[in-house]
Write a new protein. Structure first.
Ligand SMILES: Nc1ncnc2c1ncn2[C@@H]1O[C@H](COP(=O)(O)OP(=O)(O)O)[C@@H](O)[C@H]1O
Ligand SMILES: [Mg+2]
Length: 369
């Protein structure tokens, strides 16, 4: 018999969680590869926390199996699961010293006092706060307290690190620093990590894999580039990045591109990904950064590029870039984010909008909700 190791360290199989009539998690199948940082991304209420709590043993699944390192753990009590957990509110014990806070997770393990001292010291070094053992949480900043929570989670050398929106209590700048720090630390330790967030930038910047969720369902999973550039549906495209949606109909295709007639009557080319046939109702998804606006009077379309006419309806200056809302002859508005280069446009300017077929992604049009 082969003893090949399953690269999937954590597996959710057919997991359902119901609270009365509310289905918090619906038939979830999910694999977490060993050593990876996987992000659960989705709006509030989509079931992210519930999924983590079931893995942690704080909730029981209504149906399904949870497997860690080859073992079904549904019936394993919390303290035997060896998981490190960090939550939004760091939940340090305010009256205990930092030492006692970090050592807390070791309390119920057979670890000698000397070993505890050594492990706490090491964990504080890892989170780059050496020597704070005797302080109280209130004597540390918010960011430092969050690092203590991190030290407490890793001191037990967990099989899996669970982080539930750990950065949302921090302010913007600090959040960015902590995000990089968690990312580096996770890679250094190589610990399998599930990171929950509703912030797409957090998810895109640190994940090996992103799982986009809505209403207790997994809508798409993949590495950040795939999920961002090849969204499977409207919700995912809308949730990640500034997306424009142009409804249209497939009118033809060749090996490279699909031809789509949009509401204005213009026929645009979209790079072939997936299988489409003539007459399909589709949406053409284009990121706001991918459109280029050109002054109409001077404009010569570039060979192989899509172009169509519009008029500047609104603009806002955002420092490094300008955000335009451009009205098409059909009345639909598109959002264009332009890096400040040579010129800017004003209200009422007639423009030609250009976009490469490569940056046009097709998804099926869903019935109106
Ligand atoms: N203890 C509970 N009792 C009843 N409903 C709950 C409970 N916990 C979560 N829910 C419901 O389950 C759904 C998913 O919640 P949650 O997992 O907290 O979502 P998220 O973490 O993605 O914001 C929500 O509709 C929420 O109201
Ligand atoms: Mg939550």
């Amino acid at each position: 018999m082969g003893t090949e190791k399953d690269p999937q360290f954590v597996k959710f199989r057919g997991i359902v969680k119901k609270y009365g009539d509310v289905t918090a998690v619906a038939k979830m199948d999910l694999d977490i590869p060993e050593g990876a940082l996987v992000t659960l991304l989705g709006p509030s209420g989509c079931g992210k926390t519930t999924l983590l709590r079931m893995l942690a043993g704080l909730e029981e699944p209504t149906e399904g199996d949870i497997i860690v390192n080859g073992n079904r753990i549904n019936d394993t009590p919390i303290h035997k699961r060896n998981l490190g957990m960090i939550f939004q509110n760091y939940a340090l014990f305010p009256h205990k010293s930092i030492f006692d806070n970090v050592a807390f997770g070791l309390k119920y393990r057979s670890v000698s006092r000397d070993q505890i001292r050594e492990k706490v010291k090491h964990a504080l070094e890892v989170v780059r706060l050496p020597g704070v053992e005797n302080r109280k949480p209130a004597q540390l900043s918010g960011g430092q307290q969050q690092r203590i929570a991190l030290a407490r989670a890793i001191v037990i050398e967990p099989d899996v690190l669970l982080m539930d929106e750990p950065l949302s209590a921090l302010d913007e700048n600090l959040r960015e620093d902590m995000r990089r720090e968690i990312d580096n630390l996770q890679r250094m330790l190589g610990v399998t990590t599930i990171f929950v967030t509703h912030d797409q930038r957090e998810a895109l910047s640190m994940s090996d894999k992103i799982v986009v969720m809505r209403d207790g369902l997994k809508l798409q999973e993949g590495d950040p580039e795939t999920v961002y550039n090849k969204p499977a549906n409207h919700f995912v495209a809308d949730f990640l990045g500034h997306s424009n949606f142009l409804p249209g109909e497939v009118v033809g295709q060749d090996d490279e591109n699909v031809r789509v007639r949009i509401e204005t009557g213009d026929v645009l080319l979209a790079r072939h990904r997936g299988s489409w046939k003539q007459g399909d109702a589709v949406e053409l998804v284009v990121r706001a950064q991918r459109f280029e606006a050109h002054r109409q009077s001077h404009f010569q379309p570039t060979e192989g590029m899509n172009s169509f006419a519009g008029r500047i309806k609104d603009k806002s200056y955002m420092g490094g870039e300008v955000s335009y809302f451009i009205e098409l002859p059909s009345g639909r508005e598109i959002h264009v984010i332009s890096m400040m280069r040579t010129r800017t446009y004003d209200y009422g300017d007639e423009v030609s909008v250009q976009v490469a077929p490569y940056h046009c992604h097709l998804i099926g049009r869903e019935p109106e909700e």
